[in-house]
Design a protein around this ligand. Structure first.
Ligand code: FRU
Length: 486
């Protein structure tokens, strides 16, 4: 049956069947978080793109809805965003009490153009705008993935659009007519590959709503930190027309150090959106997305994460935390406090599973002699996924080199590492394991690693380990997580 196939995620979002890539059009309206997605309804491979659709009230349980947008004479429906047009600036609303939802996306045929669709029934049905495309003067072959937001400072809509190795910005009074205002890109950050799916939003710094910074996020394919496609971000300012980078152009900030976090963009109009920026990403990589060993469907999304800006010794950085709504899935718990982990592996005989949440705090001080420590999850006789900390390299890592099936691509069986410094003598790991993924949040979300894994269904062991010495474990909770697909 659905949602019980080998590798089928049990608490991450995945479509019922066939192909999915980028999350699209995330918007919150009337108690519902909408999630649309790049969807090929007739195949488990990429092809003519539709927008699939699902809604959730808690970002954890999802209800599938019919396809929202289908290819038409203007082409395939590529990635884009959606907003609530609160003041009906578009004139596409029919009822002043019920503002329209407007989707802004790329139509792709022989060239890429931008189009609109709208809904006046809480996203249940969608109409293509008669004046499509609304932006037809394609300046370059790659010109796509519009993300739109309302900028209160100048009371205008702003669009950020990916165009080759840069992002282009436009403004509009009514979502239909757009004026080019600026661009940002190469030589800033990593620009070896093509930029896709940009976003731009403000966040309080260290929780202080009087002190905000703007964050520009963008996906790049290729040239990401773990190979293939991945996401980077910039921190700076935005004045309604222009983004300025606070950091030197040469500095590269990665949003995720794993191989499988792509096309992440944030929810529009989320409750308390000023400091409640939520996003998720496509848990795959264009290197092998079409080849992963699943059966009736391909791909899933990451957990939903809340974004924050935090001042670290190296500067202001993006921090991601799994949304607290996930805590409702916790079933049983095993707790451990103040234990010395000696060299070798310690099998946790009373916990096992393929849907786990692990919350661990290790004490790292002058008594620590281990070179490396952490967990082995989805452990079977011949396979394991290691989530560890390497003290010599000061890095958090996921080692999926022996995690299960990997022969579909020679780039898959690798180790992905993120620099992480010991803080207040602690290394914290917050790990989410599902049937075909491992996500790790290091030191309260300062560094994140998201990786797909394809272990055998029988590989459900969990081990704690320390290599070449000992480390103390201050606290550990391992929760077994409930499934969300019934
Ligand atoms: C990113 C992307 C987008 C495009 C979509 C097509 O993964 O290439 O740039 O709009 O996928 O499905």
């Amino acid at each position: 049956s659905y949602y019980n196939e080998p590798y089928r995620p049990q608490y991450h979002f995945s479509q019922e069947a066939n192909w999915m890539n980028d999350p699209n059009g995330m918007v919150y309206y009337e108690g519902e978080y909408h999630l649309f997605y790049q969807y090929h309804p007739n195949s488990t491979h990429w092809g003519p793109m539709n927008w699939g659709h699902a809604v959730s009230r808690d970002l954890v349980h999802w209800e599938h809805l019919p396809i929202a947008l289908k290819p038409d004479e203007n082409g395939y429906v590529f990635s884009g965003s959606a907003v609530v047009d609160w003041n009906n600036t578009s004139g596409l609303g029919t009822d002043p009490q019920n503002p329209p939802l407007i989707a802004i996306f790329t139509h792709a045929k022989d060239k890429q153009v931008q189009s609109l669709a709208y809904s006046n029934d809480k996203g249940r049905t969608w109409e293509m705008y008669k004046g499509n495309p609304i932006m037809a003067n394609t300046p370059s072959a790659d010109w796509r993935d519009p993300k739109v937001f309302w900028y209160d400072g100048t009371k205008t809509w702003v669009m950020i659009l990916a165009a080759g190795q840069k992002a282009m910005l436009y403004t509009s009074p009514n979502l239909k007519e757009w004026n080019y205002v600026s661009e940002f890109g190469k030589p800033n950050g990593a620009a070896d590959g093509v930029w896709e799916c940009p976003d731009l939003f403000a966040l309080p710094v260290d929780g202080d709503s009087n002190r905000k910074k703007w964050v520009l996020t963008v996906s790049i394919n290729n040239g990401a930190v773990a190979g293939g496609s991945g996401m980077q971000y910039f921190v700076g300012d935005f004045d309604g027309t222009k983004f300025t980078n606070d950091n030197p152009a040469s500095s590269v900030l990665w949003a995720d150090y794993g191989a499988d976090f792509y096309a992440g963009v944030t929810w529009s109009d989320a409750p308390n959106n000023n400091d409640n920026r939520l996003w998720l990403g496509w848990m795959s990589n264009w290197q092998y997305a079409n080849d992963t060993p699943t059966s009736t469907w391909r791909s899933a999304y990451s957990t939903v994460r809340k974004l924050e800006l935090k001042t670290l010794p190296e500067g202001i950085r993006l921090v991601q935390k799994p949304v607290s709504q996930l805590e409702q899935l916790r079933k049983s718990v095993k707790s451990v406090y103040n234990q010395e982990i000696l060299p070798g592996n310690k099998t946790l005989t009373d916990v096992s599973g393929d849907t786990l949440e692990i919350v661990a705090e290790f004490q790292v001080n002058s008594n620590t002699t281990a070179d490396e420590f952490g967990f082995k999850v989805r452990k079977g006789e011949h396979e394991q996924t290691i989530v560890g900390y390497n003290r010599k390299k000061s890095s958090l890592f996921v080692d999926r080199s022996q995690s299960g099936s990997s022969n579909f691509n020679d780039q898959f069986a690798k180790v992905h590492a993120a620099p992480l410094t010991v803080q207040n003598q602690k290394v914290k790991m917050h790990i989410f394991v599902d049937r075909s993924s491992a996500e790790v949040f290091g030191n309260d979300g300062e560094k994140v690693i998201t990786d797909q894994i394809f272990p055998d269904a029988s590989s459900v062991g969990v081990e704690l380990y320390a290599a070449n010495g000992k480390v103390s474990l201050d606290s550990l909770q391992i929760y077994s997580l409930d499934k969300v697909w019934k």
